[in-house]
Design a protein around this ligand. Structure first.
Ligand SMILES: *Cc1c(COP(=O)(O)O)cnc(C)c1O
Length: 247
């Protein structure tokens, strides 16, 4: 199992390098984030110990369950799932350094209130729904600017860029417009020069479409399946609220 995980990571790193070369980009400009939903802590630990230390969960419950086992191994933890406001307090106990799925003003407000109370700050990415699918979370492209403006005024939240889940398709040419749209929105936000708003990160691309994402400017690719194998739960369990009974 561990040998397989390490071989898989090497293969994914290879894909990243080749995609970067094809796009005339330095491979150091793309970070590999391991999406660890449903993966047991022991397997995640294999990757961490081999030096692949950027990981992310989708559910606070899973973060909590694995936290004790992973605490001793140095790593950076992001949160990539849909965050319910009633889970904020719990989430802040587990040393997450970036919330990648900030997609609505009420979440931003509640997060800010809690961070203020705890005297903490948090890096965030704004999640944009670039595929137009109603089943996906993320702010509508027309409302991104409003949300970024709003969040920029909350001093505990540090905007570092944007995140999206592309259209679920095996055809690169159907996914590409989603990534291109995110890049486009990033540029528009940069042009607005909003104080305190950084736009260096574009989190896009997963196991099936990371090459396309890198070609379109991804700086973080989020990979689960290609490293840890297939998951038992369908992704809708994580991507919308009518999946399975929530944990
Ligand atoms: C699960 C997940 C990923 C990784 O998807 P794979 O296809 O398994 O690589 C990336 N981003 C998010 C938000 C996820 O929930």
């Amino acid at each position: 199992m561990s040998a397989q995980i390490l071989a898989n990571i090497a293969a994914v790193k290879n894909r990243i390098s080749r995609a970067c070369m094809a796009a005339n980009r330095n491979p150091d400009t793309v970070k590999l984030l391991l999406a660890t939903k449903t993966v047991p802590a022991a397997q995640i630990s294999v990757a961490l110990q081999a030096g692949h230390t950027l990981i992310a969960e989708n559910k606070v419950q899973e973060l909590k369950e694995k936290y004790g086992a992973l605490k001793a191994v140095p790593h950076t933890s992001h949160f990539i799932g849909h965050l319910q406001t009633n889970k904020i307090k719990d989430l802040l106990k587990y040393e997450v350094s970036c919330i990648q799925a900030l997609d609505r003003p009420d979440l931003a407000e509640k997060l800010h209130q809690r961070l203020l109370a705890e005297n903490k700050t948090m890096e965030v990415l704004i999640q944009v729904n670039t595929s137009g699918e109603e089943s996906k979370f993320g702010v509508h492209p027309d409302h991104v600017f409003e949300l970024v403006n709003h969040v920029s005024k909350l001093e505990t939240l540090k905007i570092k860029g944007l995140m999206t889940i592309g259209l679920f398709s095996t055809e690169a040419e159907k996914v590409r417009p989603c990534f291109r749209l995110l890049k486009n929105i990033q540029q528009q936000i940069i042009n607005l020069n909003i104080p305190g708003v950084m736009m260096q990160e574009l989190s896009m691309g997963m196991s099936g479409d990371l090459e396309t994402a890198i070609a379109e400017g991804a700086t973080i690719v989020r990979v689960g399946t290609a490293v840890f194998g297939r998951r038992v739960y369908p992704d809708r369990y994580y991507w919308n609220e009518d999946g399975m009974p929530g944990k």
